[in-house]
Every structure is written in structure tokens, then in C-alpha cells.
Design a protein around this ligand. Structure first.
Ligand code: HEC
Length: 247
């Protein structure tokens, strides 16, 4: 009897730890990034997606380039960060509704479905629509390949602007996207086939999103030199991790 109880208790503790570990972001989002730039990032993505659904030709190109899956997944990550953020409510965005709508959008394959899903995304951005569960698994927000593509795209934008910074503060939303993708990367460990290497994945993901937090702070402060040195140093995380887990 005693042994059964011990087992049951252990089971309860383990499952509770697992669900807590996965339900919230692997770091306190309120400390990692500002809600203002998260909101701006979500709005920029939704605006771009608006251009993808104007006609069949544009939609075809967006499907081809994976922009629907990628941007939908990115909005879902940003929305989940807003749902967990202390200042999320103040943005006026229905964050949980935005997350759910973006997840639907990311999986659409037809112009008609994407148009309906994007309308829900835009409704949620203006605070409308149904709200849902605050908790969501961070490893189920964006496909890893799409996440990596976005990290490359946003990194390219930031690399260009940091060479010759102009209106640097407006790029805070780009850094904010990289912070939340870093959080999703830390949570999504499915590429780690050898469990003994899990600490490495966690460490490199953590170092990456912490660097992106620092980058975001430097960008918001308009400190181009600091931002550039953080950005340049962060590129080693891509290479180090790819050497171990991808190549
Ligand atoms: C914690 C580990 C990790 C870090 C850090 C990381 N990646 Fe990746 N990356 C992977 C893995 C694993 C894959 C292969 C899985 C996949 O593509 O779905 C991958 C794939 C990619 C791909 C897909 C295309 C290809 O050539 O296979 C791109 C692009 C990419 N990463 C860019 C980046 C960039 C840019 C950074 C840094 C800003 C980065 N990654 C940081 C683990 C990482």
C-alpha cells in the first residue's frame, strides 16, 4: 500500500512538473520582451498576410514560399507571449483568440480558408472574438523548419539595418520576434534524438533568446553599437547548434 502511494505521488509530481514546464514559456516573457513591440510585430505580420490574400496569384506565391505557415506560426508565438505577459492586456489585443486564429491560419491551404482565418486574426488584434485557454504548449505553436526560416529572415533584416542604423527603434519588433522564437526553440526539443544532449539544446536556445532580449533592449535604447556587437556575437549560436543537431 505504502509503495503504491509513493508511486502515485511520484506520478502526480512528475506529470504536474511536465505540464507546468511545457504550458508556460521557458522564461518570464514580461522580463524578456516588451508587450508593445510584440503587438507591433503581430500587426506587421497580419498586414503582410493581408497582401497574400488579395488574389489567387498572391496566395499561390505565399503558399509556395511557406509564408502562410511561417507567418501564422510566428503570430501564434507572439500571441502566446502576449497572453502570458503582464502588460499583454494593455495592448488591447485578444491574445488567446489571436493565437488560436493564427494557428488555424498557419494550416490553411486555400484562399477562401485563409481569408476567413485572417479575418479572425484581425478581429483578435482589435480585441474582438472569443477568448480561450491562456495555457498552450510552446512546442506546438510553430513548425521548427518555419521557425528557423523566420530566424534567418529576421536576422537578415537586422544585419542590414545594424550596418547603417536608421530609425533603429522601429526594429524592436524584429528583435521581439527573435526573442519569442528562441523561447519556442527551447521548448521544442524533438530534434534532440540523444537525450543526453538535451542540456546542450536547452543551453544554446537559452543563450540565443537571452541574447535577443539584450539586442531588443539595445535597439529600443537606440544604441546601434551595442546592438551590433550583440547581434554579431549571437550568430555563433546558429553555427554551434547546427553542427551538433543538424549537419
Ligand atoms: C538550439 C539549436 C539551434 C539553434 C540555436 C539554431 N538552429 Fe537552425 N536548425 C536547428 C535544427 C535542429 C535544424 C534542422 C531542423 C529543421 O530544419 O526543421 C535547423 C535548421 C535551420 C534552417 C533550415 C534550413 C536548412 O538549411 O536546413 C535554417 C535556415 C536555420 N536553421 C537557421 C538558423 C539561424 C539563422 C539560427 C541563428 C539565428 C539558427 N538556425 C539557430 C537547430 C538550431
Amino acid at each position: 500500500m505504502k509503495r503504491v502511494l509513493v508511486c502515485l505521488t511520484l506520478f502526480a509530481v512528475t506529470s504536474a512538473t511536465v505540464s507546468i514546464a511545457n504550458a508556460a514559456a521557458p522564461a518570464d516573457v514580461s522580463k524578456a520582451v516588451g508587450a508593445t513591440e510584440l503587438a507591433a510585430a503581430a500587426k506587421t505580420k497580419a498586414e503582410n498576410l493581408g497582401k497574400a490574400v488579395v488574389d489567387e496569384a498572391s496566395f499561390g506565391r505565399a503558399i509556395e514560399s511557406k509564408a502562410i505557415a511561417r507567418d501564422g506560426g510566428v503570430i501564434a508565438c507572439v500571441a502566446q507571449a502576449l497572453a502570458e505577459h503582464n502588460d499583454g492586456e494593455a495592448t488591447g489585443i485578444n491574445a488567446t483568440g489571436l493565437r488560436d486564429a493564427a494557428l488555424v491560419l498557419s494550416k490553411t491551404k486555400t484562399l477562401a480558408d485563409a481569408t476567413v482565418a485572417l479575418k479572425s486574426v484581425n478581429d483578435a488584434l482589435s480585441g474582438k472574438g472569443a477568448k480561450s485557454e491562456k495555457d498552450h504548449l510552446w512546442n506546438k505553436l510553430v513548425n521548427m523548419h518555419r521557425m528557423m526560416e523566420e530566424m534567418e529572415l529576421q536576422g537578415g533584416t537586422l544585419r542590414r539595418v545594424l550596418k547603417r542604423p536608421r530609425r533603429l527603434e522601429s526594429y524592436s519588433e524584429n528583435a521581439a520576434v527573435l526573442v519569442v522564437l528562441g523561447l519556442a526553440m527551447e521548448a521544442d526539443t524533438h530534434e534532440v534524438k540523444d537525450q543526453s544532449l538535451l542540456p546542450k539544446w536547452t543551453m544554446w536556445s537559452k543563450e540565443y533568446h537571452q541574447a535577443m532580449s539584450g539586442l531588443n533592449t539595445a535597439i529600443k535604447a537606440g544604441d546601434g553599437d551595442k546592438a551590433k556587437s550583440i547581434f554579431d556575437a549571437s550568430e555563433k549560436h546558429c553555427v554551434t547548434c547546427h553542427t551538433e543537431f543538424r549537419d
